[in-house]
Write a protein that binds this ligand. Structure first.
Ligand SMILES: [Zn+2]
Length: 176
């Protein structure tokens, strides 16, 4: 079950004309933008891309990308593991101008020359697919709200130092 690694760059128009498919895994380290908001917990990102020309001769990449990552639970702020799968269809445009002609059911991707870097495309699609709010299914914050051991420890630490209390008393007295 060994997976070939994908190329960093492809010529998407040529692959579309050839009707090629690419499949493989991209290492988690490659996804710096995702690393800012989540921790990838799977070995990498599973990528499956099909390149083809549609009936109107648009060059299309149809892709499925899959990853497991830890997001912060919005209730308890501890990590919650989620599987994110993104299915997308993008069409290659030569410029912003020609992107306007791309049918609405495709996302346009501008490729001016003959090379497309795969990681930014895949990372963008994954970021769009991230859940806005992640929660544990069985998040226990509701039951233990305000009663956790952590809270107790924090209270203890913030108990005023008795000498500070004395100092305050002194100041109070001298004011009278
Ligand atoms: Zn939680």
């Amino acid at each position: 079950m060994s997976k070939s690694s994908l190329p960093d760059y492809v010529n998407p128009r040529r692959l579309a004309v050839q009707g090629m498919a690419l499949e493989g895994q991209i290492s988690a380290d490659s996804f710096k933008r995702i690393a800012e908001v989540a921790t990838i917990t799977s070995q990498g990102v599973e990528v499956s891309l099909k390149f083809f020309c549609d009936e109107e001769n648009f060059k299309v990449i149809s892709g499925t990308v899959e990853v497991e990552l830890d997001l912060d639970c919005q209730r308890c702020l501890s990590p919650v593991n989620v599987k994110v799968i993104s299915d997308f269809e993008v069409a290659i445009a030569a410029s912003d101008e020609s992107a306007k002609n791309i049918p609405k059911h495709y996302e346009p991707v501008i490729v001016e020359e003959d090379t497309l870097e795969l990681v930014p495309l895949i990372e963008e699609e994954l970021i769009l697919a991230l859940p806005m709010h992640a929660y544990h299914d069985d998040c226990d914050v509701q039951m233990s709200f305000g009663e956790t051991e952590l809270d107790a420890a924090e209270v203890e630490e913030t108990t005023p130092n008795p000498f500070h209390v004395l100092a305050n008393l002194k100041v109070g007295k001298s004011k009278n």
